[in-house]
Each structure stands twice: as structure tokens, then as C-alpha cells.
Design a protein around this ligand. Sequence first.
Ligand code: IVH
Length: 697
Amino acid sequence: MTDQTVLDEVADLRAQLEAANLAYHRDDAPIMTDAAYDAMRRRLAAMEEEFPEVQDAASPTQMIGSPVADGFTKIRHAQRMMSLANAMEDADVNAFQSQILKFLGMPEVADIILTAEPKIDGLSLSLRYEDGRLVYAATRGDGSVGEDVTENAKVIADIPQWVENAPAVMEVRGEVYMTHADFKALNERQLAVGAKTFANPRNAAAGSLRQIDAEKTKGRPLAFFAYAWGVLSEPLGSTQMDAVAKLSAMGFSTNPLMKRLCTLSDVLTHYHMIEAQRASLGYDIDGVVYKVDDLALQDRLGFRSTTPRWAIAHKFPAELAWTRLDGIDIQVGRTGALSPVGRLAPVTVGGVVVSNVTLHNEDYICGRDSKGQPIREGRDIRVGDWVQIYRAGDVIPKIADVDLERRPEDAQPYAFPHVCPRCGSDAVREDDDSVRRCSGGMGCPAQSVERLKHFVSRPAFDIVGLGDTLIERLHDLGWLRAPADIFELQLVRGGTGEGTFSELDGFGDRSAQKLFAAIETARTQPLNRVIQGFGIPHIGNSVSADLAHHYNSWDAFIAAIDRGTVGTGEVWDELMAIEGFGKTIVAALLTAFHQATERAVIDRLVPMLTIEDVAAPVVTESSVSGKTIVFTGTLERMSRAEAKTRAESLGAKVSGSVSAKTDILVAGPGAGSKAKKAAELGVEVIDEDAWMVIAQA
Ligand code: IVH
């Protein structure tokens, strides 16, 4: 039982914060300073962490953060907004179905009922209804935290402000978009008043939804399709199709081309039917989304770190155009990689003007892939060549082909540089690497600047106001070299006089104060963003999130990494057992932390931060919470992957090898050395039936 004084304090803090939120956001009449608000919010968050039993999805800590620089308030989604994995070809759709069947432990030949619907090319929005009333609308943001665009959403005709017969709490998710006709008319109006025009309907929709002044959004014709949901206090149905029909009955606009299909061949037929209608729909779509229809199966399949296992976006083929390659520039990235970028005679591909194209690496330019196999039938790429460009979705344009018949006679094979164009250090290529890297490390200005840019970027430390240009300027001045310098800026450069912000051109006191405030806010970060911020090769957004979910706290994470060794040992096995992790990721992680200069940069930074723990995703209290489970042998009733996901959702850790720390070994038929070792160590060994009892708890 929780102490009454704790309950009272939590209730009191929540009431005060809620009142402050209303006064600030609804009435525009704040009743406390930002600092007092933040302190109170931190106190509440700390108590919720210490006493998990008082946690509540409706707590102010879960809902609204502090106002962001551009005037939008942040909203923490009660349930993350995920993205979708992509299928480019029919074979990928086949693989999607096989993976589902495998995960569920179903026969390979079974059919699974899927829904298919257009993938709308707009921006996603989450609408929260409480007792039928729209309480907020939030953009996707980084998936966890979005922007509060409630006032703007309220002026969209497709978004009801009240719904009848809705669950008490209901988050409806869907896509805001603009029709072709409205887009054209908007651009004509913009031109007429000398305002800026938009490149495509998606940009127009995004720009209009993110108007600070909702009155302006009113003049922008936006539309909305509902296709998914977040938190629900009761289910909308037992299938995707029925749940969407329910949303439609409540007054949401849903896509008329959504269909339930029983076989893969019907699914692909529907894809081509939608593709054939693409040009005449009147709004942009960029593919077809398939979802497992049965919501109980969706539940079992669950999520990878950023995408559901039960859905996939089958994209339409890329759009193509021919143009001339005018030059090749070499960019040096944060890991020292030399990346060739092609400069093109500008050309329109799928409605967007393209003037740069990635050329990947030196092998790619020569006409070989990473395994030495020919690409483009071995045709190399030379400056002056005519090249075919393709764009698929939002990805950076690429070269599909080169026309040898139009090659100028004097065109020379491209000589890839062997020294870094920025610092002159040797650019070396390791045997098994497709990339040539500058060996200058943090001494190379390009590498240290790129690291800093990565560090402050949105998915990492998200320091608003410290943009690329300012980073470059402060780096040139020698004020910023490593991330830790950012947190000492105010201390070292905040005064007046030489070497301070006051003598920087165009940088007034107010901008400096704003920047320092943003930096102070950024000192507090969840573990995943901190890991991501280091900019270690291969350790991106989703890997960092997986690591944070696995270790929960910085102390646990760094203790494990310190004990780890590359290629062998308990930590290596533990990391390798995380879904989606392989040798490249794990080796890159351990190597970076064990490398002296890298480590010095990290060790200087960490004491300056408040690193927030990251809870493992929705964990149920269970008989195996906190225990370490190892699976071995064949499981017949669910796949290894499902067993692992299930165990983790019950609060257990899953390891790949048996050790003294193992609590339970689940041994299916054919269990060998692990069962023997478990017996020697006195570890509890159970069979699949006993595991199913735990799994179904
Ligand atoms: S379902 C958990 N359905 O595509 C999965 N998404 O690439 C929820 N999108 O962020 C998404 N049309 O913004 C879904 N019919 C559709 C969609 C759709 C467009 C967007 C959505 C999502 C992105 C992922």
C-alpha cells in the first residue's frame, strides 16, 4: 500500500499542474513561472518513478511538456505513433506474410486475412477524445512527443469535435492531407498576394497544419482520413475492418478503397487496382498499406522498435528521369566516411526538382556492389554522363542507370580521393568495409562539426536554436569542439568581453539567453537520446531505443558495456540476443566505448547530464518479472521470436546463453548443451507446456 502522504502529494501536484496548463494554454494567462512549473513537474515525475503504482496515463507528466521555441506545445503520446516497414516488390510482400506466419508458429502455406488501403501522402495526426469530446490533436513528432495542433485541427471539417457512442478515452489516428484541387487553388492565392508557394500538397498540408495562428489554418483547405488508433478504453471491434467501419459510423472520414482480402494474390490485385486509380484520386498516395485484419493476431504480433510486425507499406515504383552528371563532390561525414555526391543538371522527378544524387561509395561509382558483383551490368559513372535518376517516397534520389551511348569522348573514369578533402589525412579503406574513411578523427574539422550537428539534431539532444550554421560558426571560432563544450558555453562564453557571445555579429543578448535556456533544457534526456547522441556508427534511432529499453538506466547500460568484449562473453551474447542486433551493431557499440579518445568524450559529457531512465515497453507484473529466461530446443506452439517478445512483455529478460544468472530455462524437444549446463547450475528447467501457462497469464 502506498503511503497516504505520497498519494496526497501526487494528487496535489497533479491538480496544480493541470490548473497551470489550463491557465497557460487555454486562457493564455500563466499562473506560475516556467521554472516553478518545471520544478513541480520534475518532482511529480520523480515520485511516479519511485512509486510506480501511482502512475497514470492521464498524469500531466504524460501529457504536455514545456512550450517549444516556435510556439507549439509538446504533447507526449499516451501510446507511441509508429511508422511502417516498406515493401518495394511483390517478394517483400510474400516475405511479410511468411514472417507473420513464422512468428505466430503457423503453417508456412496458411493464408492470413489482410486489409489493404491507400497509403496517404500527408502527415499523421493523433486525436484524443475523452467522453466524446476532442481534447487534443498532436502531430507525430518523433513518435513519442508531438506538437499540440489542437486549435488548427478543430478547423478541419473532417475532424469531429464531438463524437457519439465513443469509448470514454479514444485516440483516433490518421492522415491530414490536401487535395490536388485545393493545393492548386491555394498556390494561386499565395501567388496573387506575393506569398510563398508550396512545392507539393504534402508540404502545403504540413505548413497549414503547423500555422501558429489557427485563423490562418481556417483558410487552408485540409482533409483527414482516419485509419488507426492509439489508446482506447474499450476496443472498437475485433478486426481492423470493423474498427475502421466503427470510426466511419462515428463521423470520421475513412478511405473508401480499403478492402479485406483473403489471399496474397487478391491483395496484389487490389494493389494494382489502387495503383491504376492513383492519378485520378484527386489526392497523393504513395503506396498501399496492408494490415493483419484480426486484432487479436495484431496484438500477438506486436511491434519492433519503430514498426508494427502486423502491417507493411507496399510502395509504388519509383519515378524516373534522365539528366547530366555535372560533377562529383566528396562530403566527409561524422564517422569520417567519404561520401560522393553527384551534382546534376536540375531535373524534375515525380514533382520535385532534383539537383543532387547520392553515389554511395567508390565501388558504386565503378559499377560494383558491396560484394564485388556488377551493378548496372558493370557500367561505371563518369562526370559528363547522362544518368537516370529515381526517387521512391522521401528517400534521397539515386542513380538507376547510365547511358553509355551519350558518354562524352573525353569522359574519364572517376578517381576516388585517397586523402580527406577537408583535413588532408589519409583516407583509408578497411578490408571488409565498402567505405573509405578519413583517419583524422576528431582532429578533422568535418568530422567534429558533423558529430556536433548530429548531437544537437532532433532525434538526439534536440537543441532548438543550435542549427547547422551556428554550429559551424562556433566550431570555426574554436568555441565548440566536443558535445560537452555545448554545456559549458554559458559558463565560458556567456559574459561580456572578448570570446563571448556579446561580441558575435548578429547575436544579441536575447538570442544568447534563448540559446542558453535551450541548452539547459537539453541537459535532461532519456537514455535512448543520450546513446543516439554519441553518433556511433550503426547505433541510430531504433538501436538506441532498443538498448535503452533493454538496460533501462545509464548505470546498468554502462556497467554492461564496460564488462563487454567483442566477439565473445556474456554481454556480447546478451546484446546479440536483442531482436534485430547483429555482429556489426554490437561490435561497433563495444568498440566505440572501449576506444580511449571516444570514451574520454563520453566521460566528460555524462556528468553534465541528467539521464532519465527508460522503462521497458508495456510490462505486465507477472511471475517472471525481473527474471532471466533462456529458450532452447524447438518450440512447437509459438516461434522463438514470439516467445521472446512475450517474455519481455511479462517483464522478464531473455538471454541467449545459460549462466548462473539464468532463472528459467524453457527447453523444447532437442534441447542439448544448454539443458545440461542448466542442470549443472541448478537452474529451473521447464517444458513448453509450462511456458504456455506463464505466457498466457
Ligand atoms: S497505419 C502502426 N495506414 O505512413 C501503424 N499509416 O510510413 C500506423 N500512412 O506514420 C500507421 N497512410 O503517417 C497507416 N492507411 C495508412 C496510412 C498510413 C499513410 C502514414 C502514416 C505513418 C506512415 C508510415
